[in-house]
Write a protein that binds this ligand. Sequence first.
Ligand code: DAH
Length: 337
Amino acid sequence: MTLDEFLSACRQLAADAPAAIAVAQSPAEFADVRTQLVGRKHGRLADLMAQLTTLDAEHRRDAGRAVNDVKAAIEQLLAEREAAVAAASRTTDALDLTMPSRARWQGSLHPVTLVIDEICEIFRELGFTIALGPEAETEFYNFGALNFPPDHPAMELHDTLYLGKDTLLRTHTSPVQVRTLQQYAPPVRVLAPGNVYRRDFFDATHAPSFMQLEGLAVDEGISFADLKATLGEFARRFYGGARRVRFGPSYFPFVEPGAQMDVEVDLGDGKGTRWVEILGCGMVHPNVLEAAGLDSERYTGWAFGMGPARIAMSRHDIPDIRLLYDSDVRFLEQFAR
Ligand code: DAH
């Protein structure tokens, strides 16, 4: 090889290198182009070096300098391109681990739903199953079969939302008692959650529509002692600890005797314990058993009804029932579980 041929081969390599380097992106592509251009064994530069020995001795010095210059130029191009690619990837998809993360949005169940689920679970453990009834009820199931006298004030138009002559939005879940007893033979142990409706205005303690939970146990030989034991056990499981409960007389046409149950609660606000009424209950009135087609001489039972919104309010010391219906997430998320 002559010196001129050698020098022109050097220029050719220097001219080809920028285009080959400019397309490299990934580490693998950089390794490839580096091997191809300046690789020790089979790169184009190595091929040129191998030609050095074929030159006349007096030309080797110039040729050596030329080949070294080409090598330095290629190395510089590679380094610049690698730095540029790295800088570009840092600004596009690289992780910036110093940036504070944004909290992931997590929904949760409403505090009233949580209360209902917990109560259903406790009564499930006590042997109860869930029963449901329609929200559009007849006067018979909502009132008549529950031993309301025909002129009872609860049946007035201003207290109840009538859909037609004989159909109304149920004012309580107690009609599910009658429907269940008509459908299933004793022993019956059911819990009936559901919406009820009253012709009430929203205020701090009333909502025109709210949830109730009805309970019913009917069999031969059921007594008030069963009621006290079961509801006391429920209070201990729901509120925790050796919870005290007390019963006081109360009136509902569908129970005799009728009672209310209070639970002693400590809200942990430093104000000590207080008694909170959480449900109405009593022994199922014989007229109700008879209306459902049962022999009231043979069967007895007890029932209760409670409002889970009221229970959520007492549990969290919520002063106004409307807070539970406003759907203000800033308020509701305090009770997320
Ligand atoms: N139905 C009653 C109400 O809406 C609540 C109630 C009280 C249900 C006593 C019962 C009961 O089963 O025994 O106010």
